[in-house]
Structures are given as structure tokens and as C-alpha cells.
Design a binder for this molecule. Structure first.
Ligand SMILES: [Zn+2]
Length: 171
């Protein structure tokens, strides 16, 4: 019989999402069993889609795939920036700006500051540039469409808490 539904893999894309989920995010299959079972902690689900909505879903699927690939690109930019910060600080800040244009997460900031604490303390100008760059980027991201979907109060609280944390770490 002709099935009236298909299935789409959905995961919450963020800095914690496992690579297997990122590889599946947005993919559409005829059967839910077609997706591998993954042992992980991501918030993922397999969502049914009516065939008549398939055209729309394909467009959405394409955006989801790009978002997942973007997250992988972000991680690689960030890790490279993290490793070269004391050697090539200008290039590192450039890479961090590119990473932050995809997304910016406080735990990553904490990790970088922790890793290079001594170096950043002995380079106050650089530390200040980094602080200003991240404050701007963190504030900007809450204007993006995917963060605009959060309830207003939650969005403002998260933005405020994040900015305060960056200030605390690098101020
Ligand atoms: Zn996962």
C-alpha cells in the first residue's frame, strides 16, 4: 500500500549535539526504522510528515541540513582558533568572529578563557578586543530568526545572563 506519511529526523542543533545526529538532521525517509538507533543524550525525534506536505518539508529539510553543516563548520573554526590563539592572535580572533557568525555558546567561551587564562591576562589589549567582539556577537545572535522564536522574556534573560558571563570572564 502507498504510505501516506514519511519521516524526518529532527535534533536540537547546538554545541552539544552529537555528530551522528548532525549527519541525520533534516533527512527524510520512508520508514522510521530507516534511521539508525543512536545511543546519545541529544533531544532528537523522528517526526511523521504527510506526503502532501512533502514539498514544503523538502525545503525545510534543506535548511536543516545547512544548519547542521554550519554547526560542524563552527566547531572546526572554533577549535582552530582555540589552538592558535597564543601563536596567531589576530587570525584566531578572525576565526572566532567567523565561528560566532554561525553561533556562539557560553560554555565554549568559558573553555577558551580557561585554556588561555594566563596568556589573556598578560595581553590585556587582546583580552579587551575579544571581550568586545564576543559581547557584540552574543547580543546579535538573539536577533536571529531562530532565537526570535523563543519567548521574549526567556530570550532577554538568556541574553542578559550570557553578556554578564562574558563580562565576568574577560572584564
Ligand atoms: Zn545525538
Amino acid at each position: 500500500m502507498f504510505r501516506r506519511v514519511v519521516y524526518q529526523y529532527y535534533t536540537n542543533v547546538n554545541y552539544l549535539t552529537c555528530e551522528q545526529c548532525l549527519a541525520l538532521h533534516g533527512l527524510i525517509r520512508r520508514k522510521p526504522e530507516a534511521f539508525p538507533r543512536i545511543d546519545h543524550d541529544c533531544a532528537s525525534s523522528i517526526l511523521p510528515i504527510l506526503r502532501k506536505e512533502l514539498r514544503q518539508s523538502r525545503e525545510k529539510s534543506r535548511r536543516m541540513r545547512l544548519r547542521a553543516q554550519g554547526e560542524l563548520a563552527r566547531r572546526s573554526l572554533f577549535e582552530r582558533a582555540l589552538s592558535i590563539l597564543p601563536i596567531e592572535p589576530d587570525e584566531s580572533l578572525e576565526l572566532l568572529a567567523r565561528a560566532a557568525s554561525i553561533d556562539l555558546y557560553i560554555p565554549d567561551i568559558e573553555r577558551l578563557v580557561q585554556t588561555h587564562d594566563g596568556f589573556l591576562r598578560s595581553h590585556p589589549d587582546l583580552r579587551d578586543r575579544l571581550r568586545r567582539q564576543w559581547l557584540k556577537a552574543y547580543s546579535d545572535k538573539f536577533g536571529w530568526r531562530r532565537y526570535e522564536l523563543l519567548p521574549e522574556v526567556m530570550r532577554l534573560q538568556r541574553e542578559k545572563a550570557g553578556l554578564a558571563r562574558i563580562q565576568e570572564l574577560l572584564g
